[in-house]
Design a protein around this ligand. Structure first.
Ligand SMILES: C[S@@+](CC[C@H](N)C(=O)[O-])C[C@H]1O[C@@H](n2cnc3c(N)ncnc32)[C@H](O)[C@@H]1O
Length: 260
């Protein structure tokens, strides 16, 4: 008696950048759980559809079920008690996913989630699914075996697209959410990959002695790459980013800051 859940890393937006293990997992799913976010971007939803068309063209005929999980709106930072509001939002998400798995994944079946980039980097899916599996064990339900399939992370593909190594010989590399860089590069760190930047933090810090390798929409037909001395290229990046956001309605960007 057992059930399976696959967390399938699907890379940062290029359908050719899937591993053979990811393709194999998609081909064998009985149930696909799809998390729909409040402001889901059409292009990202379309990318997942494209993967299914390629790797599971007969999904409906074969009886693969698609179960949609509509995320509640994330609490606003202005909520009276923001921490409490986020904790409640997380609990609701866990409850919803637990019920969806209990109702839709039968003994012997394989369910899965398609996870952007790599499931281990700035993603909450893995943590929620682990809690869900622990709760099933406590409740004595049919056990669930977890399988996490690595994907190409946007942070790593940044290096291949710019054709640079991410680390310098014998040196460390940090991966950071943009909010931790509000005061500039951390002390003692010379190479930082920055993700989740909604405020163009690179344009707010002191650029002296820093190079930037910036990329948006990596792997997609809309990909943009700009690199150089931060003081010289930051305005070019700001304008390219603003134009693209206006044209496409959304933007995903990431960059390496490197102290010279
Ligand atoms: C919630 S995190 C998910 C990261 C994902 N797990 C990964 O491994 O790439 C979303 C952030 O990843 C970065 N990102 C994801 N896909 C990207 C892409 N195609 N191009 C540039 N940045 C991307 C952006 O910094 C975005 O804010």
């Amino acid at each position: 008696m057992s059930r399976h859940l696959d967390l399938i890393g699907i890379g940062p937006g290029n359908p050719d950048w899937l591993t053979l293990a990811a393709v194999d997992a998609i081909e064998h799913l009985d149930v696909l759980f799809v998390v729909l976010k409040e402001h889901d971007v059409d292009d990202l939803v379309e990318f997942r559809r494209e993967l299914l068309r390629r790797h599971r063209p007969g999904a409906e005929a074969e009886g693969m079920r698609i179960v949609e999980l509509q995320d509640a709106p994330r609490p606003w930072k202005t909520a009276d008690n923001y921490k409490e509001a986020v904790a409640t939002w997380r609990r609701q998400r866990l409850d919803q996913w637990t019920h969806a798995v209990a109702d839709n994944l039968a003994d012997g079946q394989r369910g899965g989630f398609l996870v952007w980039g790599d499931p281990g980097l700035f993603e909450s899916t893995l943590a929620i699914v682990k809690k869900l599996i622990a709760a099933v064990d406590v409740d004595g339900g049919v056990p669930i075996e977890l399988n996490v399939i690595p994907g190409i992370s946007s942070s790593l593909s940044l290096a291949s697209r710019h054709q640079i190594p991410l680390n310098r010989q014998g040196r460390a590399l940090q991966i950071s959410p943009a909010r931790l860089l509000a005061d500039g590069m951390p002390e003692g760190v010379d190479d930082v990959i920055v993700m989740l930047d909604g405020r163009q933090t690179f344009s707010l810090i002191d650029p002296t002695g820093i190079d930037i390798y910036w990329a948006a929409y990596i792997g997609t037909p809309d990909e943009i790459l700009i690199s150089g001395d931060l003081a010289e290229v930051r305005d070019e990046i700001l304008s390219a980013r603003a134009d693209a956001e206006k044209r496409l309605g959304w933007v995903f960007d990431t960059y390496l800051l490197r102290r010279r």
